[in-house]
Design a protein around this ligand. Structure first.
Ligand code: NAD
Length: 543
């Protein structure tokens, strides 16, 4: 969420304001012409798949128009990508962190260049993100490369870190070796940013990469590779992109040349990825789903809390892993809060993210990514509404004003407990759309129990004027990310990941770098000629 402008480039506010329709035409032309013919990036070259078995339609979420059709990679293409990454690994890993950082800073600079920045943001918005949000993501992409460039340089200084030992006959030091070739599989909700959260630390660590974007949103990663290749080229084979569905992802997770598997996606697919990687004991890190709670106490400031609750669930059209999509509202504030929340949710503008008249608006809602997602969200809400213990306060339908596109209104459901104390299923199921479920609580202990009562543990938030209470609740919440007085800010500088079924390992921050490093101890016997003295050695025989 943060990006320091360089003196020669416009700052991010200027960049936000500067998108032109010619940039949009260029980004669409790029999507339809170049990548449809040669959608694989291997050894710094865009190539066509060999014997593609199927094709993937990329659809604009607001118009339902097919904007590109890409042939899917075959097993032979996946092999070529891993061959390239494998060949590139020895030199890239030996280069040293400071040298790798120079490449990464050039990438950040290329991303921030106005014309590239505009094209990336526009192309990203085809997946349904209002343009203002896509631009925010592109800022984060640049910052993430800069952040890990710093970490790469610092890594050089960490090589040989002494480890104090209790025996002076030995000295021990630590080294950090790149794991090798990383197979990275990413989802569609932040197509560029989720890819960058893997690419930047992997490159900093000295790994080479084979990466697959989601079949719903493959274009912006390809555009990023084109920008990198044209303006900040890496040595051939350092990053390779393959295009395809889960079939290709499966080939990657089981590939004999993959030393590391880094996955972001749903819990169900994460479990499959783990199983696929298990026979060859690959190092697997998983960033999975969530059903995060936001607790609002009665002393919270009403309008401020309402805005954070809406941002926590409706930002990126509700398609955020960490969305605080379960509101726990303190009983004394319930009536006033829900009245205001519904009033404000109804006022959120629903827009076509690429409509020039509306695109720069903040606080707007675009369409869901795909028909599949719209169907899932509609089904989960409709099923919940059949339950006597769920009351629809607003939303729950496609907006009548948007006859085309995968739009869904901001939705609020008030849930009450059943006779067995349980809430309707939607309370613990990840919906991945703009759907907020609300439950009322009376005590702090009850709020914490309800917040922790899911199999997920990605994020949670608490809003209250009582500082010590916020600290107590933050300590008790079972989640990898806890927000106090806010929801959703994500900084590259801090570790990101979940407890329980929300994943294994952490991305971002220093921890993100260690996802791609093997720690090695080098222990040296420094007692010179002093014998070990463990065996009673017999006299030497005469030779
Ligand atoms: P998904 O699991 O359907 O797909 C993710 C990726 O995995 C895609 O590239 C897909 O092609 C690939 N894939 C599918 N089947 C595979 C298989 N058997 N083997 C290997 N790869 C396979 O997820 P999605 O619908 O793209 O994304 C939404 C999910 O991602 C949500 O659950 C969300 O919470 C999660 N997510 C988590 C984080 C996080 O940081 N924890 C961030 C973003 C999204």
């Amino acid at each position: 969420m943060r990006n320091e402008p360089t003196p020669t480039e416009p700052d991010s506010n200027e960049r936000h304001a500067a998108t032109s329709s010619s940039a949009r035409a260029r980004s669409d032309a790029m999507a339809t012409k170049i990548f449809t013919q040669t959608p694989l990036f291997i050894d710094n070259t865009f190539v066509a798949p060999r014997n593609p078995s199927s094709k993937i339609d990329v659809i604009d979420a607001a118009t339902e128009n097919v904007i590109a059709t890409l042939p899917e990679a075959s097993a032979a293409d996946v092999d070529s990508a891993f061959d390239a990454a494998d060949r590139a690994f020895p030199e890239w890993s030996k280069l040293g962190g400071a040298a790798r950082a120079k490449y990464m800073l050039k990438i950040a600079e290329a991303v921030k260049k106005q014309s590239n920045y505009d094209q990336l943001a526009l192309l990203e918005s085809h997946m349904g993100k209002p343009l203002a949000e896509s631009k925010w993501d592109v800022d984060d992409v640049a910052y993430c490369f800069e952040y890990y460039a710093t970490k790469a340089t610092e890594l050089d200084g960490k090589q040989g870190t002494p480890v104090p030992l209790p025996d002076e006959d030995y000295k021990c030091e630590l080294r950090y070796d790149a794991m090798g070739v990383a197979a990275c599989i990413v989802p569609w909700n932040y197509p560029l940013l989720m890819a960058t959260w893997k690419l930047a630390p992997a490159l900093a660590a000295g790994c080479t990469v084979v990466i697959k974007p989601s079949e719903f949103t493959p274009l912006t990663l390809l555009l990023l590779m084109k920008i990198i290749n044209d303006e900040a080229p890496l040595p051939p084979g350092v990053i390779n992109v393959v295009i395809g569905t889960g079939r290709v992802g499966q080939m990657m997770a089981s590939h004999p040349r993959a030393d590391k598997v880094a996955f972001t996606g749903s819990e169900a697919t994460g479990s499959k990825v783990m199983a696929t990687a298990a026979p060859s004991i690959k190092n697997v890190s998983l960033e999975l789903g969530g059903k995060s709670a936001i607790i609002v106490f009665d002393d919270a400031s009403l309008d401020i809390a309402v805005e954070w609750v809406m941002f926590g669930c409706f930002w990126t059209n509700g398609q955020i892993c960490s969305a605080t999509s379960r509101l726990l509202i303190h009983k004394p504030l319930e009536a006033a809060f829900l009245t205001r929340l519904v009033e404000c949710a109804k006022a959120i503008p629903i827009i076509n993210p690429l409509d020039p008249a509306q695109a720069e608006a903040t606080g707007a809602l675009g369409p869901l990514v795909a028909k599949r997602q719209l169907d899932t969200v509609s089904r989960l809400v409709n099923e919940a509404c059949k339950d006597n213990h769920a009351t629809l306060l607003t939303g729950g339908r496609r907006p009548p004003s948007m006859p085309k596109g995968y739009f869904y209104e901001p939705t609020v459901l008030h849930l009450t407990p059943k006779a067995n104390g349980k809430y309707p299923e939607i309370w613990t199921t990840e919906v991945f759309g703009p759907v907020l479920s609300v439950v009322t609580f009376e005590t702090e202990a009850e709020a914490v129990r309800l917040a922790n009562g899911t199999s997920f543990g990605l994020a949670a938030a608490v809003l209250s004027a009582d500082g010590p209470r916020c600290r107590r609740v933050a300590a008790a919440l079972q989640a990898g990310i806890v927000w106090v007085q806010c929801s959703q800010p994500a900084f590259c500088d801090a570790p990101w990941g979940g407890f329980k079924r929300s994943g294994i390992g952490r991305e971002l921050g220093e921890a993100g770098l260690y996802n791609y490093l093997e720690m090695k101890q080098v222990t040296t016997y420094v007692a010179g000629d002093k014998p070990l003295g463990w065996y009673a050695l017999p006299p030497r025989s005469k030779l």
